[in-house]
Design a protein around this ligand. Structure first.
Ligand SMILES: *Cc1c(COP(=O)(O)O)cnc(C)c1O
Length: 358
């Protein structure tokens, strides 16, 4: 097994899932487990299912195809609004799909009709974060368009996304507003919309703080499940595990060197002019880990007295002067990952993935 290694503790993620499901069920909320943050490894999809998730949601058809082959009994949702060019696959493989364009709805409707495949669409509304979503002024014309769709494409609800493009948070106000769109659509359509999907991890945070209106009955959860953390509110969920995974890398050089570079300073490998503080001679290490493996900014050293100095494509420099252990070449250092680090390490082909527990 070669380093760097992304070591994932599945039992801790499963536990997170069970807790999130339990807390949500108390409030009549059903959940989609979002797998995209960790590249939808089937080992993780299995853990989601073991925790009790019935629907697995991902942003890539490639991931959904792979998971469905391994776990055919789960339901699947595509949560990036689809490309026209992938709608055949959506009809073939997805139970649910988020949509925010009438042209896409019509095209998917035609494919569903022709292939006699059923898909449930959740209509996304933009509540101010300015990523995907219909605008509220479009509701009447949208309702009209919906009436001409194939019965194979069922409109199963509305949804919104928060804290993504612009950092806009879900609140009682904007979620109540979203629910009112569902009501308006129901009146026009003459049938009940099952799902009012109020967002992701940050909406779960709001649920725990009693700020989610009772009309919200569905959430799509990724980060809380995988990391026990909420980036939008910069908050750990006290009830969840935060040590669900770590990244391990091997030391290839250990030496005491000056902290101030010697010579004229030009630009570093990425075009930046680095700035250093003179702290005298200090012990430092080079890890065989770099920007090709992971987004370095998202790493926090787990070993005491270790701090990150800088990194290039393949080398991570760490200060180990204050470390309690006497590190030598060949030793392994571990790092905690934030969402971006998890995303990048899981997609990097250079990082070995190890799944422990069940
Ligand atoms: C990624 C994503 C989610 C999950 O968000 P988390 O903050 O990780 O819970 C939910 N909905 C959509 C549309 C997404 O793209």
């Amino acid at each position: 097994m070669s380093y760097p290694i992304l070591r994932v503790h599945r039992d801790k993620i499963r536990e997170n899932g069970e807790i999130i499901i339990r807390e949500s069920a108390k409030n009549g909320i059903s959940l989609w487990g979002v797998s995209k943050g960790i590249s939808a490894f089937t080992e993780i999809a299995e853990t989601f299912c073991d925790a009790g998730f019935k629907v697995i949601a991902d942003s890539r058809m490639e991931n959904i195809r792979r998971m469905k082959e391994k776990l055919p009994d789960a339901e699947y949702a595509l949560i990036r609004i689809p490309m026209l060019s992938e709608l055949e696959e959506v009809a073939e493989l997805c139970d649910y799909c988020l949509i925010s364009e009438t042209v896409t709805l019509k095209a998917l409707s035609d494919i569903c009709e022709r292939s006699a495949r059923k898909v449930k669409a959740v209509l996304m509304f933009d509540m101010g974060d300015l990523r995907e979503g219909f605008w509220h002024t479009e509701i009447d014309s949208l309702a009209q368009e919906l009436c001409s769709l194939s019965p194979y494409l069922k409109i199963s609800g509305v949804g919104a996304n928060f804290s993504c493009a612009s950092g806009v948070l879900p609140t009682t106000e904007n979620l109540t507003e979203l629910s009112s769109y569902a009501e308006r659509l129901e009146k026009k359509l003459g049938y009940h919309l099952e799902i009012i999907s109020g967002g992701g991890t940050c909406s779960f945070h709001q649920l725990l703080h009693g700020r989610l209106p009772r009309t919200i009955n569905s959430l799509r959860i990724g980060e809380a499940l995988l990391l026990g953390y909420d980036t939008a509110f910069c908050d750990n969920f006290p009830m969840l595990n935060h040590d669900t995974m770590e990244l391990e890398a091997e030391l290839v050089e250990v030496r005491t060197k000056p902290t101030l570079p010697i010579g004229l300073i030009g630009r570093d490998a990425f075009g930046n002019v680095p700035v250093f503080e003179d702290r005298g001679n200090r012990r430092r290490g080079i890890l065989a880990l770099g920007k090709q493996d992971v987004c370095i900014e998202g790493l926090t050293p787990l070993e005491e007295g270790v701090s990150i100095i800088t990194a290039s494509s393949d080398h991570l420099l760490v200060d180990i002067e204050d470390a309690t252990a006497d590190y030598k070449v060949g030793d392994i250092l571990r790092f905690k990952l934030d969402y971006t680090a998890m995303l990048s390490a899981s997609t990097s082909p250079y990082v070995t993935k190890v799944f422990e527990g069940k």
